[in-house]
Design a binder for this molecule. Structure first.
Ligand code: NAP
Length: 262
């Protein structure tokens, strides 16, 4: 029981395929007490059903673009848990129109939306929960993707948001380190989730990964859950400001597939 007596907040459970749910199962299995957030009433029903599988999590409604929701979330956590040991932030959004064609055509509104939900929200959450984490060897983990480091066709505005998110991890790690709060990101290989299905060509992306990643497999939900568990546990006590790639090694490739047709 790596996380017995520890409490955590997980943002971004939509359904059983969510990376946040994989993380929730992994950390709950090691004894953590959890609060899960969801954005809408519609999703809240799903989350309440899933919640039966873990030990009585607190369920909170929170749209990360709304300061009032974030304030209410932090206050409920303070009243219910008193203190917080970790946060797993697995939230992102961009307009579907901005996940195809040319990045050049991104509108101002589309750019702001992707940045607000997918990058700024980490800082907005961290600022509110950090006071609850002081003196507890706290850990904050977010989910990112290779499209924030290199050009991945169709990832477009979300890639630029992930680049901002990756850099936010480093600045937040520097700011919160003196309070013994660590901040890291998991760069996940592609997994078919609700959010990922908005990316044009996802099926081809998945088969390209399976064919060419050094480990010749797709990223499994358990791979993400287990790395999240590592990052919120004392096992990673010396790790902060880091982006850990959980993508079967795909990120080390320069060019691949030269020996196949097309
Ligand atoms: P997912 O299951 O669809 O989760 C995305 C979550 O973001 C949903 O719970 C969604 O809630 C939430 N969300 C969107 N806008 C929000 C807002 N304004 N306020 C609060 N929550 C909001 O997809 P996922 O793939 O697991 O995504 C989780 C994270 O992993 C994202 O950061 C994603 O970029 C990252 N990631 C995914 C992959 C992949 O291949 N799947 C790879 C690398 C990184 P609603 O459903 O209510 O909108």
């Amino acid at each position: 029981m790596l996380l017995k007596g520890r409490t955590g907040l997980i943002l971004g459970v939509a359904n059983r395929r969510s990376l946040a749910w994989a993380a929730a199962k992994a950390v709950a299995g090691e004894g953590a007490r959890l609060a899960l957030t969801c954005r809408s009433e519609r999703i809240e029903e799903n989350v309440r059903e899933l919640a039966h599988e873990i030990d009585h999590p607190l369920i909170l409604r929170c749209d990360v673009t709304q300061d009032a929701d974030l304030d209410r979330m932090a206050e409920t956590l303070r009243r219910s848990f008193g203190a917080l040991d970790f946060v797993i932030h697995a939230v992102a959004f961009a307009d579907r129109d901005d996940l195809t064609g040319r990045f050049l055509d991104t509108t101002r509104a589309g750019y702001h939306l992707a940045q607000d939900v997918s990058a700024y929200s980490l800082t907005a959450v961290a600022r509110r929960v950090a006071p609850l984490m002081v003196g507890r060897d706290g850990s904050i983990v977010t989910l990112t993707y290779l499209g924030g480091e290199r050009v991945v066709q169709n990832y477009n505005v979300m890639g630029v948001a992930k680049a901002a998110l990756d850099m936010s991890v480093r600045y937040l790690a520097a700011d919160l380190g003196p309070e013994q709060i660590r901040v890291n990101a998991i760069s996940a290989g592609p997994v078919r989730t609700l959010a990922a299905s908005g990316i044009r060509g996802l099926s081809r992306l998945l088969s390209f990964h399976r064919a060419h990643a050094p480990l010749r497999r797709n990223t499994a939900l358990e791979d993400i859950g287990n790395t999240a568990l590592f990052l919120v546990s004392h096992l990673s006590r010396g790790v902060t400001g880091e982006v850990i790639h959980v993508d079967n090694g795909f990120h080390v490739l320069g060019l691949a597939g030269l020996d196949t047709e097309s």
